[in-house]
Write a protein of this length. Structure first.
Length: 290
């Protein structure tokens, strides 16, 4: 099953037998004071920089979230979408809990974008799915509902099934619904990652859908977070995850290595190209810093 996203000129195919797709996470002001300030001030130069940098490091889709308290999110998301489309041709992933913000971003996003996200909550199903259908977009479905985040893999799969069924009733094909089994921190629950990994395995077996992860959530509150994130992401890819909203600079090499080891990289060419590009980028950044 393939989910196809489109940017201005670039087409991205997400599928179990395809290389893992990184959705760049950095255009999101949560925990990023510099970006929050730039969005508040209308400084789009920093947004351009983040977009170009993530694509250079291997992001094939860019997540866009402009949720800064006190700003006009609708106006800002329009400017950010236009800015990103002017400097890169990759698809975008519109990320907001506000349906009006999603609609504003979708109206200007080129090609076939991704919506982040809908959940099993009735209010979300009724407001987000019709928007996705009308725009011809794809959507991430979170395995939580009006009762919160289920504790077991089986309960999360049941929520996923509900989302898929409601999408199908509106005419949204299954391949355009990417399920997110939800990643919680192991710092507060040592079994949290295992439940997510079990959910990934069940989703792949029962529905064959594409699966997204917010991988960095797993290490929240822990030291040496990149190590934990890399280990978790590798396990998830092996079990069937096909894309992740993540930091391509910190995890790009891990992703390329996983693809290589799973036989998705003929003659190691993608890994080698990525390694050489990463070396060149590090050298360039070191020169600029010096």
């Amino acid at each position: 099953m393939y989910t196809i996203l489109k940017g201005k000129t670039k087409e991205v195919t997400i599928g179990i037998d395809r290389p893992f797709v990184m959705i760049g996470e950095k255009i999101n002001p949560t925990g990023r004071k510099k970006l929050a300030a730039a969005l508040t001030e209308g400084n789009l130069d920093y947004v351009r920089q983040l977009a170009e940098s993530q694509v250079a490091w291997g992001a094939e889709v860019l997540d866009i979230n402009v949720g800064v308290p006190g700003i006009d999110e609708i106006a800002v998301v329009r400017k950010v979408v236009e800015t990103i489309a002017s400097v890169t041709d990759v698809p975008v992933c519109l990320d907001s809990a506000n349906v009006d913000v999603l609609a504003a971003g979708l109206a200007l996003a080129p090609g076939k974008p991704l919506v982040n996200s809908v959940s099993g909550e009735e209010k979300k199903l009724m407001s987000v799915l019709p928007l996705v259908k009308d725009r011809g977009a794809a959507v991430i479905g979170l395995t939580m509902d009006d009762n919160g985040i289920p504790k077991t893999a089986e309960e999360r799969v049941a929520v996923a099934e509900r989302i898929l069924e409601r999408a199908a009733k509106l005419g949204i094909p299954t391949e355009d619904v990417i399920i997110d089994p939800l990643v919680l921190t192991v710092g507060s629950d040592s079994k949290a990652a295992m439940v997510t990994l079990q959910t990934v395995e069940l989703l792949r077996r029962e529905f064959g859908v594409n699966i997204n992860l917010g991988a960095s959530n797993v290490s929240f509150g822990l030291p040496e977070r990149p190590t934990v994130n890399a280990a978790f992401l590798t396990l998830a890819i092996q079990l069937g995850a096909t894309c992740s909203i993540t930091d391509p600079i910190k995890l790009g090499q891990t992703v390329k290595a996983a693809d290589l080891l799973l036989g998705r990289d003929d003659n190691s060419m993608c890994y080698l190209r990525y390694f050489r590009a990463a070396e060149a980028l590090r050298a360039k950044e070191a020169e600029q810093a010096g």
